[in-house]
Write a protein that binds this ligand. Structure first.
Ligand SMILES: [Zn+2]
Length: 957
């Protein structure tokens, strides 16, 4: 009888490094430095040791910032194949950041790891709270064929390996970390019983691994490996001949599967089971699903920063900027990527950590805004003073409402906005700002002193001094200082003005003067403006004359769009109608769908923590206001709004035992603003209140027009369909509260979201959005909804989120599915408002529209557009269930194009069409990255000139 080969335990020494969590970054970093110091000493002392540094290069960067001299030691260990680092920069959460943020995470991490020696070619995702549907595609498009996962793996996966597939068909071989990323942490802890422990581990793992080859992750959170590890392993091996323990990196464990595969480029079809789509099951590990609604302020900041970089700063600097601010963008992205760490973005960290997260997002957003301003500056300089430049961030022409403040002569009755082609747009007066900025009583003697003390160049009280007027027809002489006159020449001589005023005042030094600091008549106006794809246009105020308004329709609408009609309790823009009832709820009609009794606001107790919501045993919900006042705020025709002020009495918190809500209540006024704009098929909803209560959850309910069994949620390059329940098994109550990034759709309504938002399809009848969740602990040991704590019971008083809050979204009623109702175009309009900049040019002529790039195609969504050397890199995703194509057309013909992977490698040439456009066929849900170069010698086509696609594909989305 042949002797059977021994079973092999592949022992992967590692640590899981939460960069910041229940301690701030700098505190954990000092521990990291100690750990890596010791690790390097151990590994140099014993060549048998190997180590896997948690799949994130941040650990190396953070260490070398303190110990720069250690870099050669680290590089040597990587070169020897004993230290595995990367491929990520940081171990992110996948559901709470944008898909693009994850790609940048991989891009930064891969580049850094390669610079140190090599990146681990494994999609190591050990602690994320579930996994997105498109992760296999992201990995494959970065040349990575393997994922390693733990949380979220469903009960259907009953082996240690499975084939994990994205909706586009891309698949990876996924290794399931049975028992977690620390499953072998205590395997060798008791030296006297090594033989027994090793045998027990093999027995316990048999169900998932079979007998022969078992992975043991030796390490846990922030853990230092034993210096004596290799000796202990030798002892274990000496005591048994049926089991061999091998010290390895995760790279070598995983690569063995590639070597065994017939075609390493394809996942082994024998690796069953097959799972397609996201992993969000709590079958064998906590899902911690309510991090989505913890510290909602972080989610708001994340969305602002990501959109500022992805859809404004990079495309605008790439297409219209004079220089490409590579280093600034890198700094901004580093902050966003650092914040994507799973404990950071989740809001399950100490208050000091959250403060730092918010600061990083603010810095990223500030850089983004600065880059946009710089990119628009040449356009503003070419547009005359008194005009405004309007910028469209979408890769297709859009007509959107902008609000601008313009100089308008007081005598003009009605105002229109004129575009460069002479077309006009009707306006709505929002406000006439006060013309008198300041009024002073000064003696003739004091007048020159005013200028001596307060005038800086031409600047006086924050405005530009552009002229003056002396009036002597009243009881006292009056000096009018005229500020911010758009007609004033750039070289206006202030000294001449000062001399003239001084001469007037000197005549009688004791005479009292009425000094009026005034500016010309201005108006804040709202109007719908048409702007070319990723381009800009200029607008200026002109006096409305009914005879010469070709595009301003007689009923006051503009660009052929409907007029917004406002009554005491209703709004109507021809596409959507809203009627508010006495109790403050409202009906919303549009797109063949009628929503009734919308807007119920439900306040309930929360005895949970940052990770898991928990209902108090005896919860009392408050959803009926005591007083409701409704009033129109804006009256159309361009924009109309109603304000609903509802007063509630919310319990101040929970009873001490957490089983019920406090007896004591506190009054709160919730203001809901409903806004319709001309041409928009959705109503914008903003809920504002000052949160006075602790330990509670506030949800906004939309009663669906028909019951349904599923919802569709947009996020991370996919729209995923989800049912009414979530799988559980590990001792966590499977509340089917789920994250959505861009929008969520259910029977008859799409909700467009400002930021990642938690939703639940309650009994298939109501869609509930979590507006705010207040909690006071990172993890509660006796959370009623979770057996196993998710972290230490550390107080986080700031997570109660007391104080003023605003929560915004839009309701789009329609009877079609999300992919058949103009949802993607509406989401683009809702998420990406036009940007405006004041014209500063000296010429009076309006410049022509600035053309950008058009990207057309059903379901095609732009993810990134940036400069890479002398090429433009464009990343699109096909958010559609059917094959489609992207047609890219620029202001000049495209001379060459190539397909690259997510890391910008492996370019394959793509032939542009004869007319200089590029047609890119896309599979359903495919993510594609292409690089293009324009023909610099060809004449610029007008923004509509290259619209070969216009006839073929009428609507880009
Ligand atoms: Zn972690």
């Amino acid at each position: 009888m042949a002797v059977e080969a021994p079973a092999v335990i592949h022992l992967v020494p590692h640590t899981h490094w939460d960069r910041e969590w229940y301690e701030p970054f700098q505190v954990f970093r000092m521990r990291l430095v100690e750990l890596v110091d010791e690790l390097l000493d151990s590994m140099e002392a014993d060549p048998r040791l190997a180590f896997t540094l948690d799949g994130q290069v941040a650990t190396i960067d953070d260490y070398l910032e303190v110990r720069p001299e250690a870099r050669p030691r680290i590089e040597r260990l990587i070169a020897e194949g004993r230290l595995a680092i990367g491929p990520w920069q940081i171990l992110m959460d996948e559901f709470l950041v944008s898909g693009e943020t994850m790609i940048r995470n991989l891009e930064i991490g891969w580049r850094a790891a390669t610079a140190y020696g090599a990146a681990m070619p494994v999609g190591y995702l050990p602690d994320m709270f579930g996994h997105i549907a498109q992760m296999p595609q992201i990995l494959r498009r970065a040349g990575i064929r393997h994922a390693v996962v733990w949380r979220g793996v469903p009960a259907a996966v009953d082996r240690h390996a499975f084939t994990w597939r994205s909706p586009d068909g891309s698949a990876v071989r996924a290794e399931y970390l049975v028992g977690g990323y620390g499953n072998g942490a205590y395997l060798l802890a008791i030296p006297d019983r090594l033989a027994e422990k090793v045998g027990r581990y093999v027995d316990a793992s048999r169900a998932f691994y079979g007998d022969r080859s078992i992975l043991a992750m030796y390490g846990t959170d922030h853990a230092v490996p034993s210096r004596a590890l290799a000796r202990i392993v030798d002892e274990a091996n000496a005591r048994r001949d049926d089991i061999v323990v091998r010290i390895e990196t995760l790279t070598s464990y995983i690569q063995a599967f590639d070597q065994a595969a017939a075609d390493p480029d394809q996942p082994d079809p024998a690796v069953a089971p097959l799972w397609t789509g996201e992993l969000r099951s709590a079958a064998r590990a906590n899902m911690l699903m309510n991090v989505t609604s913890a510290r909602i302020d972080i989610k708001m900041a994340a969305a602002r920063a990501e959109r500022a970089l992805e859809r404004y700063a990079e495309p605008w600097a790439a297409l219209h900027g004079e220089t490409w601010p590579d280093r600034l963008l890198e700094l901004a992205w580093r902050r966003v990527v650092d914040n994507s760490a799973h404990d950071s973005i989740c809001g399950c960290s100490q208050d000091a950590v959250v403060d730092q997260v918010l600061t990083r997002f603010a810095e990223a957003e500030q850089i983004g805004q600065g880059v946009v301003s710089a990119a628009i500056r040449p356009l503003a300089a070419a547009s005359p003073a008194g005009s405004v430049v309007v910028v469209n961030p979408s890769p297709f022409e859009r007509t959107d409402v902008v609000e601008v403040e313009l100089d308008v002569p007081a005598a003009w009755d009605a105002v229109e906005l004129e575009l460069p082609d002479g077309s006009r747009s009707a306006t709505q007066l929002v406000e006439r700002p006060e013309t008198v900025l300041r009024r002073l009583r000064l003696t003739g003697r004091q007048v020159p002193e005013l200028f001596a003390r307060r005038l800086h160049g031409r600047e006086l009280f924050g405005h530009s001094l552009d002229g003056h007027l002396v009036r002597r027809d009243g009881p006292d002489p009056q000096l009018v200082l005229m500020m911010d006159d758009p007609a004033a020449p750039a070289d206006f001589d202030v000294d001449a003005l000062l001399d003239a005023v001084a001469a007037e005042a000197a005549a009688d030094p004791d005479q009292e003067w009425d000094v009026v600091v005034a500016r010309g008549d201005r108006r804040r106006l709202a109007a719908a403006v048409r702007v070319p794809a990723l381009g800009a246009t200029s607008i200026r105020a002109v006096e409305a004359s009914s005879a010469a308004t070709p595009t301003a329709t007689a009923n006051g609408g503009s660009n052929g769009l409907g007029v917004v009609e406002v009554a005491d309790r209703s709004l109507d823009n021809g596409l959507v109608r809203i009627a508010v009832a006495e109790d403050g709820s409202y009906d919303v009609d549009g797109g063949g769908s009628r929503l009734t009794d919308v807007g119920r606001l439900v306040d309930g107790g929360d005895f949970g923590d940052a990770y898991n919501y928990g209902t108090p045993a005896d919860d009392q919900k408050v959803d009926v206001p005591s007083v409701v006042v409704v009033k129109p705020v804006e009256h159309g025709p361009v924009r109309g709004s109603l304000e609903i002020v509802a007063r509630y009495d919310w319990p101040v918190g929970l009873r001490a035992d957490g089983h019920a809500r406090a007896e004591q209540t506190t009054p709160v006024e919730v203001t809901t603003r409903l806004e319709l704009r001309t041409g928009e098929p959705f109503v914008r909803v903003a809920i504002a209140f000052t949160n006075p209560a602790r330990d509670h959850r506030i949800r906004y309910h939309v009663l669906l027009p028909a019951p349904t069994h599923h919802s569709s949620a947009e996020g991370q390059f996919a729209v995923v369909d989800r049912g009414l329940t979530s799988e559980a098994g590990h001792g966590e109550v499977p509340t089917p509260t789920l994250p959505a990034h861009g929008f969520v759709h259910a029977a008859g309504v799409t909700v467009l979201l400002e930021h990642v938002t938690e939703y639940e399809l309650v009994d298939g009848r109501e869609l509930a959005l979590t507006v705010l969740r207040s909690t006071g602990l990172i993890s509660r040991n006796d959370n009623p909804f979770r057996e196993d704590p998710a972290g230490p019971e550390v107080p986080v008083p700031d997570a109660q989120l007391l104080g003023p809050w605003r929560f915004g979204f839009a309701l789009m009623p329609h009877r079609r599915d999300w992919d058949d109702g103009g949802v993607l175009a509406a989401a683009e309009a809702f998420h990406l408002p036009f940007v405006t900049a004041t014209g500063r040019g000296s010429r009076d002529a309006m410049p022509a529209e600035a053309a950008g790039i058009r990207i057309d195609g059903r379901g095609v969504v732009l993810s990134a557009l940036r400069r890479r050397g002398d090429e433009l890199e464009i990343r699109v995703v096909a958010e559609t269930r059917e094959a489609t194509r992207a047609v890219v057309a620029g202001p000049r013909p495209i001379r060459r194009a190539r397909d690259v992977d997510l890391l910008g490698r492996n370019g394959v040439d793509v032939e542009p069409e004869a007319d200089g456009a590029l047609v890119v066929p896309l599979r359903p849900w495919e993510i594609r990255t292409i690089r293009i170069a324009f023909d610099p010698n060809a004449p610029r086509t007008s923004h509509r000139g290259s619209t070969r696609s216009q006839g073929k594909i009428a609507r880009p989305m």
